[in-house]
Design a protein around this ligand. Structure first.
Ligand SMILES: NC(=O)c1ccc[n+]([C@@H]2O[C@H](COP(=O)([O-])OP(=O)(O)OC[C@H]3O[C@@H](n4cnc5c(N)ncnc54)[C@H](OP(=O)(O)O)[C@@H]3O)[C@@H](O)[C@H]2O)c1
Length: 273
């Protein structure tokens, strides 16, 4: 069983989830297979163009809706108060759900400067009961402080790039200080190079697990919530199976020492609409 984490609004969510970018035609089958294997958190976004497929996978899985944490995100072009409310309706319809469990602002887009208005709309959606928990993605400590100062509502989640090559020590601490749960996107650094790192291979050998499982366990022990994407049932199963072993403090430190820098966009300047 996957342990649950408690958000600052009292909701409980699974300690690991399924990423769905860049799933397209494979989304219904991949999401359904993940749910059948025991995943109970699914992460999509309006900008991934797969909300319909993800929704179909959820419906076809037969897993009771209330057991699943459905996450989607507001894309850049929809930022602003009224446009966020409209964009949410579109996402909800495409997903085919009555409510969304977790709705995130995808990127802050500071140059556009609408994220405070978007955040106010997220608060409205939560008050209306169509969204259970609200959060952000790719927010820096300064972005967090601004929405908290202007609305008095701290996000439940900040979903950020986080993996052994980009360990986000400061932002993890900033999130925690503000009661915000950190979720890790690109938790496996997309799989390739990271999964051949000799130091992680050695640790994996010692625990008789896969390299990818060591990486996901590292996230879990950091207290952050990884959302690895896999369309393969074999890898989905393996990625979920990270609660039966424990890394030592020195193994955790060896993995963290792989830090070198971000792979994706810098939230202060990255623009994605
Ligand atoms: N908020 C944001 O701005 C943002 C940005 C990027 C991503 N995300 C979210 O984060 C999720 C995860 O990030 P990501 O997809 O970029 O990267 P990732 O989860 O680190 O890596 C996914 C890649 O690794 C492969 N893989 C998965 N499990 C594996 C395993 N056990 N062994 C070997 N290879 C494995 C997958 O291939 P197979 O499918 O073939 O297994 C896929 O190519 C996305 O799907 C999306 O939901 C959010």
């Amino acid at each position: 069983m996957v342990p649950l984490l408690t958000l600052n609004d009292g909701s409980r969510i699974p300690a690991i989830g399924l990423g769905t970018y860049p799933m397209k035609e494979d989304a219904p089958t991949a999401v359904r297979s993940a749910l059948e294997l025991g995943y109970r958190l699914v992460d999509t976004a309006a900008s991934y163009g797969n909300e319909e497929g993800v929704g179909r996978g959820i419906a076809e899985s037969g897993v009771p809706r209330e057991e699943i944490v459905v996450t989607t995100k507001l894309r850049g072009q929809d930022q602003g108060y009224e446009s966020t409310l409209r964009a949410f309706e579109t996402s909800r319809r495409k997903l085919g759900v009555e409510y969304v469990d977790l709705y995130l602002i995808h990127w802050p887009l500071p140059r556009v400067d609408k994220y405070v208005d978007s955040w106010r709309a997220m608060i409205t959606l939560r008050e209306e009961g169509v969204v259970r928990s609200i959060g952000v993605s790719n927010f820096s400590a300064a972005h967090l402080d601004r929405i908290i100062a202007e609305t008095d509502v701290a996000p439940a989640v900040n979903q950020i790039e986080l993996h052994p090559y980009f360990t986000q020590r400061d932002l993890r601490a900033a999130d925690a200080e503000r009661t915000v749960l950190t979720q890790s996107w690109r938790p496996l650094a997309r799989g390739a190079e990271l999964l051949t790192e000799p130091v992680i291979e050695q640790i994996a050998g010692r625990h008789d697990v896969e390299v990818s499982q060591v990486v996901l366990r590292w996230h879990v022990q950091l207290g952050v919530l990884p959302i690895p994407k896999s369309s393969s049932p074999v890898r989905q199963r393996s990625n979920l199976d990270v609660f039966g072993f424990e890394l030592s403090e020195s193994e955790m430190a060896q993995i963290t020492a792989l830090h070198r820098g971000r792979q994706g966009g810098d939230p202060d300047v990255h623009e994605e609409f």
